[in-house]
Design a protein around this ligand. Sequence first.
Ligand SMILES: [Zn+2]
Length: 116
Amino acid sequence: MICPNCRREIAEYSNFCSSCGARQAEVAAARPTGPKRLMRSSTDSKIGGVCGGLAEYFNADPGVVRILVTLITIASGFVFGILSYVVAWLILPLSPTPFSSASHTTVSAGPAMPSH
Ligand SMILES: [Zn+2]
């Protein structure tokens, strides 16, 4: 890839230019037509949004995904499922929250919340 600041060839997927130190644009944002990214859902989230993110990725019903995840967790003796969930929670990036549905997932820090 080419640094847009100094026009020099730098390593692929670099966050910063090795020649001038300029911050590079997000790789995902630069390739909007690339493969779908598996992300935790910020809008459809019961625990960590992993099930909602899986549902979005596979274009499936989040409820069905949760049932499947729960069944797999129970069938595997809990440890495998819980570990998988925690690992997914830690690894997967949180998808950007759309403005329209942000209100019910965000922590109540807004001035619009009643104080009593
Ligand atoms: Zn540069």
